[in-house]
Structure formats: C-alpha cells, structure tokens
Design a protein around this ligand. Structure first.
Ligand code: PLP
Length: 404
C-alpha cells in the first residue's frame, strides 16, 4: 500500500494567495457594480519588451528549420545565455563567477523550493521574518521544520530572524546557529535592503559557523541606492558559503515566460563534495529547464536595446512605487520600502490585524493588497502593496485609499 509524504499535511491552511482570491471573488459576486483594483499579487503587467519579442520570433523560426532546430537544452543551460549572465551580472561588477557556475532554470520559485533537497533533513534553517513563503513551505514538505503552533504561526525547528521597524527590517545574526540561512534582498514583502557592509557580516558569519547562505536576489534590478549590493558575490568569501537565486520575472516580465538561474560556486563544499556537482543532478536537468526559445529571449535581456527597454520598465514600476509610498505617507500611513524594490510595506492603522485591514481596504476602497501576516509572524500588523499595476490603476487606487 502506498503512503503519502505526510509532511504536506502539516502545511497550515490554504496558500495565502488562494485565500485572497476567494475573498475577492466573494466580494465581487456580492458587489458586481464595483471595480476592484489589484495591488496584491506580485505579477507584472507590462508586456514583454520589443527586443525580447524579436528574439522569441527569430528563435521560433530557427525551430522550424531542421538545420537550426534545437532539442534538449544542455544541462546547465545554453552557453550563450550563461556567458551573458556571467559577464553582465557578475564579471562587469567585479565578481568572480564563471559561466559554468550558473545553472539556467525555468524560474526562481522552483530553484528556491528545490535547493533544500541537496541538504540533509537534519539541517536547521533560518529565515528572514517576514519573507517569501516558499522557503519555509518547501522545508515543511521536506520534514525539516518540526511542529507548527497555529496560535503563534511558528514552526518549532525554524530560526526566525525578525525584520521589524526596530531593526530597519534587516535581520540580526541569530543567537542559535543555523545550517542554512535564507536571505532575500531586496526583500519580498518589506521592500527593505541591506548594505554591502551588513551583507559582508553575514558572509563572514556563515564562513565562521559553516553555514550556507541561500541568497534570493529576484528583485536586484530595482536597486537604486549605491551602497546596496546587487549580488552576494560582491562580498569577500561568498564563494565558499553562498548560493544565489535570480529570476527574469520581475526585471524582464518573464512571470509567464519562465526563466531564472542559480549560481553555485565550485568553491562551495561540504568536506570534499562540491555542492555544484549535487545540483548538477537536480530535477529539471534537460527536461524541465527553460526551452531554447526562452533562453534566446533571456539573451536579449542583455543586449543594448534590451537593457534600455527593461530599464524603462523598471522605471515605470518604480514611478508607481513612489506614487503609492508618497500618497500613503500623505494620508498619514507609516510606510517603508518602495525605493530599491517594487513593494511598499505599510503599518496597519488603528492596530488592525493584517487580515482586518485587508477586508477594510477591499470593502471601503475596493483595493486588494496582501496581508503581512501571510509572510511570517513578524508580518502581523503590516500590509504589502505592489507597484506592478498600471500607472492609471495605481493613481486611482491611491485616490480611493485617501478618501477612506
Ligand atoms: N523569489 C522571490 C523573493 C519572489 O518574490 C518570487 C516571486 O514572487 C520568486 C522568487 C519567484 O520567481 P520566479 O517567477 O522566477 O519563479
């Protein structure tokens, strides 16, 4: 008789975004005359840039001809893309990362979920609190997180590193020593960042205690301040303690097209074993990695036209971020984020819980956001708004919020 992996049953409730979708559907069914503006889910709205569309079209044409047809992609991804990534995202920034240390994938969600599989279930994880929920959820499924207390919404075997207004939403080094440290900067959901000096402290700490940092830089393209690192490999010693996750979703609009990559330096070892060689055996090699057509589109992200067009897209979203942040501040809300990230993090007014504010905003402004408590216990009392809507909708949402 087969058995299921009952760690899946430990996952609490329904997924945050399914609960939001249910609530919004119920509201719309009861209020069909109201138009709802969604500033909640982190999906982009701008179409793919012309340089990317052009690359997609010509790659499709190549696939139609036996002479230029491509079947299974190489294990790590096509060299043309890995070379472009290594040069533009690392070597031009003075970081020593080679193209054969880059593993192309179909997005950072899969990689951020699957990466824990190369580590023993005995490892203890530490996470920023609040943060992108995939890190904890996938460790729950693996059986690494202990028991869940529904009252506090805390797992017994997870080290939570609170990111609160008191520490400027930057985690402190944990008291208990972790084995795997998930860091996400610019952060989803707070929009906060850490400086290069702060990140160097984490790298030094990880090397000292023998931990691995899994650094999620999905929002790197939104960094606007000089002292914020674009990659963990800007820090000395990161090659022996860090893995980096990147996505083409938020900088280039690939949320539906799917492309990302993971960097594992060959110096990152457990005894004699290179983590690089473990990840080379990951799920997705050849069969589920990104298709040739998509990897060609990814290459276009690094062309001169691609860079210019995508900088304009990022600027478009960041104009929304500024509009939301300044509008909310004018309306008397306490807000942060929105400078190096497309996320605005606001303190709920009048001591409302995150979900109370969700309902209040939906009811009174017909605007959808994301309750901060969905990202970890320290997110309670906070709320996330995203800059990924259209400018018109963003302005309209702000007008409504100001009138509440
Ligand atoms: N990492 C973070 C921090 C995210 O917020 C997201 C998506 O919202 C992802 C990874 C997933 O990226 P992808 O679309 O490449 O799977």
């Amino acid at each position: 008789m087969f058995k299921i992996n009952d760690n899946y049953l430990k996952l609490p409730g329904s997924y945050l975004f399914s609960t939001i979708a249910r609530k919004v559907n119920e509201f719309q069914a009861a209020n069909s005359d109201k138009s709802v503006i969604r500033l909640g889910i982190g999906d982009v709205t701008q179409p793919l840039a012309p340089a990317i569309i052009q690359a997609l079209h010509s790659a499709v044409d190549e696939m139609a001809d036996a002479a230029t047809f491509h079947g299974y992609a190489p294990d790590l991804g096509y060299e043309f893309l890995r070379n472009a990534i290594a040069k533009n995202d690392y070597q031009d920034r003075g970081c020593e990362i080679a193209s054969d240390e880059i593993f192309v994938s179909d997005g950072a969600k899969c990689d951020s979920g699957n990466i824990q599989e190369i580590f023993s279930v005995d490892n203890k994880i530490a996470v920023c609190d609040p943060v992108y929920p995939v890190y904890v959820d996938t460790n729950v499924m693996a059986g690494r997180t202990g028991t869940y207390d529904p009252k506090t919404e805390v797992w017994s075997d997870v080290i939570y590193m609170p990111c609160t207004a008191e520490n400027n939403f930057a985690p402190q080094l944990p008291k208990e020593t972790p084995d795997l440290i998930y860091l996400c900067f610019p952060n989803n959901p707070t929009g906060a960042t850490i400086t290069k000096t702060q990140l160097q402290e984490w790298v030094d700490y990880a090397n000292k205690v023998g931990a691995v940092i899994i650094y999620d830089a999905a929002y790197e393209a939104y960094i606007s301040e000089d002292d914020v690192p674009h990659t963990i490999f800007e820090c000395a010693g990161a090659r022996t303690c860090a893995i980096e996750l990147k996505s083409f979703s938020k900088n280039a609009g690939f949320t539906g097209t799917r492309l990302g990559y993971t960097v594992i330096p060959k110096d990152l070892k457990c005894g004699d074993v290179m983590l690089h060689s473990l990840w080379a055996r990951r799920h997705g090699t050849k069969y589920n990695g990104a298709p040739y057509i998509v990897q060609k589109a990814g290459e276009a992200v690094y062309s001169a036209e691609g860079k210019e067009q995508l900088a304009a897209q990022v600027a478009y979203y960041m104009k929304n971020a500024k509009t939301i942040k300044e509008g909310l501040a004018e309306a008397g809300y306490t807000v942060s984020g929105g400078v190096n990230a497309p996320y605005i993090w606001l303190k709920t007014p009048d001591k409302m819980t995150s979900w109370e504010f969700f309902d209040y905003l939906l009811e009174h402004a017909n605007v959808v956001g994301t309750p901060g408590s969905g990202f970890g216990p320290s997110g309670e009392g906070y709320f996330r708004l995203t800059a990924f809507g259209t400018y018109e909708n963003t302005v309209a949402a702000l007008e409504r919020i100001k009138k509440m």
